[in-house]
Design a protein around this ligand. Structure first.
Ligand SMILES: [Zn+2]
Ligand SMILES: [Zn+2]
Length: 76
């Protein structure tokens, strides 16, 4: 993950309060609010996958979602 500024860190935090930021290697969203993965305090979306039929047991970061990168202003 590239180095981010304090502004980007804040934008990231705000975005994750309302949207999932990342995609898991199982293909479903994780790492953020309303993600496809169960939340574990304090970070939402790092537990097992909640999507029916998916056997993913733990969020494994695959990539950031496009809207997140645009909002925060980061590029892979
Ligand atoms: Zn998963
Ligand atoms: Zn899944």
């Amino acid at each position: 993950m590239p180095t981010i500024t304090d502004e980007q860190r804040e934008a990231s935090r705000l975005y994750k309060e309302g949207h999932p930021a990342s995609v898991c290697s199982c293909g479903h969203t994780g790492d953020g609010a309303n993600s496809g993965h169960a939340g574990i305090f304090p970070c939402a979306g790092h537990g097992h996958c909640l999507i029916p039929g998916c056997s993913c047991g733990k969020f494994r970061w695959e990539r950031f979602r496009e809207p997140y990168m645009v909002k925060v202003g980061i590029h892979p």
